[in-house]
Structures are given as C-alpha cells and as structure tokens.
Ligand binder design. Sequence first.
Ligand SMILES: [Zn+2]
Ligand SMILES: [Zn+2]
Length: 145
Amino acid sequence: MTGTGADIAGGCLCGAVRFRSTAAPLATRYCWCRDCQHFAAGNASVNVIFPSEAVTVEGETAAYESLADSGNRMRRRFCPKCGSPLFSQSEARPHWIIVRAGALDDPNLAEPSGSIWVASAPRWACVDPDLPQVARQPAPPPAQS
Ligand SMILES: [Zn+2]
Ligand SMILES: [Zn+2]
C-alpha cells in the first residue's frame, strides 16, 4: 500500500534523526490530551498520521511508554540528543505512525482538520472554532483506499 508518490521528509532539531514517508498523511489533528500538553510545551500537539509501512526512520530514537487517556498504551519516540518529540504509536493501532508536525521539513503539509480531547484543554487555549471538535477520543480517520 506504499507508494502514493509522496516524498515527505523531516527530522529532529539537531539532525540526528531523519525520516521519510512515501505516502501522504491520512489525517492531521490537534490533540489537547494532557499527555500532549506535556510534549507540546502547554499547547495542543499537532499530529500527522501516516501509514506505518510508508515511513522509514534513520538515526537513534529514545522511547517512553505510557497509558494514554484513551486507555491505549502509547509509545512515544524522541531524539535522545535534542529532545524533539518525533513519533507516537498506539499498541492498538500499529498500522499508523503519528508524526509531530513540527518535525516535518515543510510544516505546511500538516493542515489540521479537527481538534480532539478539547475537554482537557486549558481555559486559555486557542481552539480553532472553524474546525470540528471532539471532547475526547475520536473515531479513527477514514481508511486508506
Ligand atoms: Zn535531535
Ligand atoms: Zn494527545
């Protein structure tokens, strides 16, 4: 299912970790869960979902596993040198890899289509009023055809 013709690249701040995707993103969303607020310095994280099989990673990552608010065990990977958050994968959905939008060489590729976990957003959060909002865990994005 790889090979949609896309060639998307990115990496961490220091350049020790680089990745490529041969597929276009399946979906992009803001996530306001409390875990993401930790990773995104207080804001929502911007998560770009790719098919796992389309993404190759070069360089060493460190990982942190935790139980997310959704009840899923999440494995989050970051650069051990510069600390940039890079990837996230759910044990329940190994066929998806979530890339943090800030790691893309061209962040314009990541245009969010909605906000999730807005029930956990702080009072001062800027939640885009023009995009659909889900209070907690969303339905999966549309299947890849
Ligand atoms: Zn780095
Ligand atoms: Zn989150």
